[in-house]
Ligand binder design. Structure first.
Ligand code: BDR
Ligand code: CA
Length: 311
């Protein structure tokens, strides 16, 4: 069996590919998909998780909806990046898979009671912070939290804050103070995971419905990244965190202390990575600093190929 993981996500174009990678890669055993408000409202991100599972033939993984807003702040969504649905681009039919009906935190708690689990958050950290607050004893049963968020440098939502951390910095602060091993996959590495025309051609070249849907998702994502950020190809952020769990060699890390800025007038949501130990604090995270992009995309394409052959 693979490594037991729960993917906590806010689909989202890159979350959609993260779901497929987590479900299909043989290194992982995807026990659950939990949703959170972020890229869009909880209602939309949950519908999108169901849509992705339907189109990818993922039928046996429980989906549970979680928090509809950050711990204390109003929700900010990324409609400019992901569109009105949160997953604009391809047309989706009625989803054929439903949610379990339990809260995301209860699903994670139930799964953790059975075995240690690695949590892979790819949206705001609200659900994870709520789990750690409601069930502090679960911290010892979480193997690791490997998240997409933050940056060792500049942000993408404000000059110093990345979207997932910016939406709920208080939740991020709880996660980084929890004592659970945390790995931070930030923009400094995810901006190396660029979906070039060659990658889109490989998705189309699979000759399958799922490959076509993924290519359409990436084409929409590419257009918003070009218009908003001036990127020539869009970065496939969230699957990088999944890849780190699949094979740590894909995403190299160094240990450092990471502080979450919650008070800054202009820097709220910044991840302050103390590479040089200037704050005198012991490391509380592994911080991603390098990506084997060719091998990463081989895993992504293979996952879409494998799922394409599932009825
Ligand atoms: C993160 O924000 C979201 O828009 C993406 O899904 C990703 O998780 C990148 O900053
Ligand atoms: Ca996301």
């Amino acid at each position: 069996m693979g490594i037991p993981v729960v993917l906590d996500c806010d689909p989202g174009h890159d979350d959609a590919i993260a779901i497929m990678l987590a479900a299909a890669d043989p290194a992982l055993d995807l026990l659950g998909i939990t949703t959170v408000a972020g890229n869009q409202t909880l209602e939309k991100t949950t519908l999108n998780a169901r849509r992705v599972c339907t189109v990818a033939g993922i039928k046996d993984v429980p989906i549970a909806a979680g928090c509809a807003r950050p711990l204390i702040r109003p929700l900010r969504v990324a409609q400019d990046v992901h569109g009105e649905s949160g997953l604009d681009g391809p047309a989706f039919g009625e989803p054929a898979v439903d949610v379990t009906g339990e809260h995301a935190v209860e699903l994670m708690h139930r799964l953790l009671a059975e075995r240690p689990v690695t949590l892979v958050p790819t949206g705001p950290l609200t659900n994870i912070a709520l789990l750690l607050t409601r069930y502090p004893e679960d911290a010892a049963r979480i193997t690791e939290i490997v998240l997409m968020g933050g940056s060792t440098g500049r942000g993408n939502t404000t000059p110093y804050a990345e979207f997932n951390i910016h939406v709920d910095p208080e939740a991020a602060a709880i996660v980084f103070a929890s004592g659970v091993p945390v790995t931070l996959c930030g923009l400094n590495v995810t901006h190396q995971a660029l979906v070039t025309p060659d990658v889109v051609a490989r998705l189309e070249g699979l000759g399958t419905e799922l490959g076509r849907v993924c290519a359409e998702l990436m084409t929409f994502f590419g257009a918003t990244y070009r218009d908003l950020f001036g990127f020539t190809s869009p970065p496939l952020h969230d699957p990088v965190a999944v890849a780190r769990v699949i094979d740590p060699a894909l995403v190299s890390c160094v240990e450092a202390h990471v502080a979450i800025e919650t008070l800054g007038e202009h820097t709220s949501g910044a991840t302050v990575v103390d590479f040089d130990g200037r704050l005198g604090m012991p490391p509380n995270a592994r911080v991603a600093v390098g990506l084997d992009a060719p091998a990463f995309f081989d895993h992504v394409i293979e996952a879409v190929r494998v799922l394409s052959t599932v009825d």
